[in-house]
Design a binder for this molecule. Structure first.
Ligand code: NAP
Length: 249
């Protein structure tokens, strides 16, 4: 079965809210059965499900922490048992625990690396078992501009996002011969819960530094993910696509 045909199955991690929700909605438009997970936000998960169903899409969700191997295994086993296939994985789940390095707690380092980087490793390993059998698949990792530029106060987060780029390129090379593409989307500053701690005044200042003159929206990222997940992106692998309004050129 080709990737753009009926009954395509996509897993989006952290799909309950923010960029993950927008990705679920964008992928659902293409007659794809969406499976997403969340770790805490069950109410937001119900909202995402309702939004997809309202558009006529098919969706299922489950509580599963991407940093816990057993939960990841159970989640992906259930998807494959139910559908018999897995076409798209979007490693979107992520957290930030910012702080200047001298005061950064070891736990804050570990938590961010565990969710953002180890989580992507665990999900990629679990999903690719089925993709390797199918000899087709799309894996898309949501990285960040700070994985390339660095950012004071975000050593843990920037390291995790830079690590995702190394993971993307290595797995792209490993899986290319099996028709599985692996790409990263490096997002700039996007309006979501994650960036709500930045004051309106600070956001205005940042927007002035962005060539396109505005902070991004979750849909800006989701549109690129939907493209990378489609047959139209069949010849793109190992790439980092920047979605940042020109912030990093
Ligand atoms: P967000 O609104 O805070 O959403 C984060 C999502 O990740 C939530 O759905 C959350 O679900 C899920 N999540 C967190 N920890 C998880 C875990 N252990 N297991 C499963 N799910 C987990 O953030 P966002 O802005 O949409 O971020 C989405 C991705 O884009 C992240 O990887 C982030 O680093 C990246 N990104 C964001 C920006 C930005 O400016 N917003 C820029 C570049 C990259 P629960 O609430 O259930 O935990």
């Amino acid at each position: 079965m080709g990737l753009d045909q009926n009954h395509r199955v996509a897993v989006v991690t952290g799909g309950a809210r923010g960029i993950g929700r927008a990705i679920c909605l964008a992928l659902a438009e293409n007659d794809t059965h969406i499976y997403f997970n969340y770790s805490r936000s069950s109410e937001s998960a119900r909202e995402t499900e309702a939004l997809i169903k309202k558009k006529g899409g098919r969706v299922s969700s489950a509580c599963a922490d991407v940093s816990v191997e057993k939960e990841v295994q159970n989640f992906f086993s259930a998807v494959v048992k139910e559908t018999g296939r897995l076409d798209v994985l979007v490693n979107n789940a992520g957290i930030s625990k910012d702080g200047l390095l001298p005061r950064m707690k070891e736990q804050d380092w570990d938590d961010v690396i565990d969710v953002n980087l180890k989580g992507a490793f665990l999900c990629t390993r679990a999903a690719s078992r089925q993709m390797l059998k199918q000899r087709s698949g799309r894996i898309i990792n949501i990285s960040s501009v700070v994985g390339l530029t660095g950012n004071p106060g975000q050593a843990n987060y920037a390291a995790s996002k830079a690590g995702l780029i190394g993971l993307t390129k290595s797995v792209a090379l490993e899986y290319a011969s099996r028709n599985i593409t692996v790409n990263a989307v490096a997002a700039g500053l996007i309006n979501t819960d994650m960036t709500q701690t930045i004051s309106a005044a600070e956001k205005k200042k940042i927007a002035q530094r962005i060539p396109l003159g505005r902070i991004g929206e979750a849909d800006d990222v989701a549109a690129v993910v939907a493209f990378l997940a489609s047959d139209r992106a069949a010849y793109i692998t190992g790439q980092v696509i920047h979605v940042n309004g020109g912030l990093y050129l």
